[in-house]
Design a protein around this ligand. Structure first.
Ligand code: NAD
Length: 297
């Protein structure tokens, strides 16, 4: 039986193509025709709407860029909710727990099960099938879909509570957002003081200041000045805002998250939503009057 896949962007395309390469028929939909045309290259069939995907497949995955797109695809007019064959909707997008819970409720009313399954590991993780996949929802549905999820990464069951995996994903991304922001700030400070950014990253990675930002993001996309890691600033801002909303709903002060959010909002204003999130270093460089990376050599 074919599976459905909606949203063929930086993450969705490689995930869908891995499922196809593992021998599954894939029925796809994306609002960008260019993306669905490209998906024909790995043998995908192209549907005319999310509902059409759900008329043709029992299990439908989605990887979408916004809360609105996720709600629209799940429960909107022409959404998978109206499909005649769908039994399970697996949302791989990061949308926060409220949207996940609302989608879950509406889908359940129509006899469709839902799992929220946000991912971490970036575009390279999606290409290599090494994503961390955080899953919440009915345990038996998770068990039923584990083999498929294993094709795209390592699934970890977080909670039976709908939205639980979304909260976990926001926690993960706040850590990623804070450590990239902190690494950008300290490396610019060191460059201003006359230190070599390459040496600084080497030292951080040999010492207790190492993070995923210093081990992977800086060497791959900041020091070579390529700014092509594959995650948009707008998406990181979405995740940081969602974290703050969830923490506020729990009555927590979140000082560090707020300081982190200020730096991401500044990057959004100065570099734009489409910029790669590694561009967070650029507004700091402007203020300091230094450039971190190749141009500094
Ligand atoms: P993207 O913008 O590259 O891709 C989103 C795709 O969805 C695009 O092809 C777009 O055309 C399509 N789309 C938008 N609205 C649609 C709709 N209504 N119906 C059908 N298709 C629609 O985004 P991405 O980087 O692939 O991220 C997808 C999700 O994964 C986001 O929630 C993001 O937060 C999360 N995520 C991304 C990364 C990363 O490194 N890029 C890592 C982990 C998690």
């Amino acid at each position: 039986m074919a599976i459905g896949f909606i949203g063929l962007g930086n993450m969705g395309f490689p995930m869908a193509s891995r499922l196809a390469a593992a021998g599954h028929g894939v029925v796809t939909y994306d609002t960008r025709q260019e993306a669905t045309e490209r998906a024909k290259g790995f043998g995908a069939l192209v549907a005319s709407s999310p509902r059409d995907v759900a008329d043709r497949t029992e299990t439908v995955f989605a990887s979408l860029p916004s809360l609105q797109a996720s709600s629209h695809v799940a429960i909107g007019e022409d959404g998978v909710i109206g499909g005649s064959r769908i039994r399970l909707f697996v949302d791989l997008s990061t949308v926060g727990s409220q949207v996940a819970q609302r989608n879950h409720r509406h889908l359940m009313d129509r006899g469709i099960a839902a799992l929220d399954a946000p991912v971490s590991g970036g575009v390279s993780g999606a290409q290599n099938g090494t994503l961390a996949i955080m899953v919440s929802g009915p345990r038996h549905q998770y068990d039923a879909v584990t083999a498929l999820l294993t094709e795209i990464g390592r699934p970890i069951f977080v909670s039976e509570k709908p939205g639980g995996a979304q909260t976990m994903k926001l926690i993960n991304n706040l850590m990623a957002a804070a450590t990239l922001a902190a690494t950008a700030e300290v490396v610019v400070m060191g460059a201003k003081a006359g230190l070599d950014p390459h040496v600084m990253i080497d030292v951080l990675n040999a010492g207790s200041g190492a993070t995923h930002a210093s081990r992977d993001k800086f060497p791959r996309a900041v020091l070579p000045r390529t700014f092509d890691y594959g995650f948009a600033t707008g998406l990181m801002v979405k995740d940081v805002r969602l974290y703050l909303e969830e923490a506020k709903a729990l009555g927590l002060p979140s000082q560090l998250a707020k300081a982190t959010a200020d730096m991401w909002e500044l990057t959004l204003r100065e570099e734009g939503a489409e910029s790669d999130f590694t561009a967070i270093v650029k507004p700091l460089e402007k203020v300091a009057g230094v450039t971190v990376g190749e141009a500094a050599q």
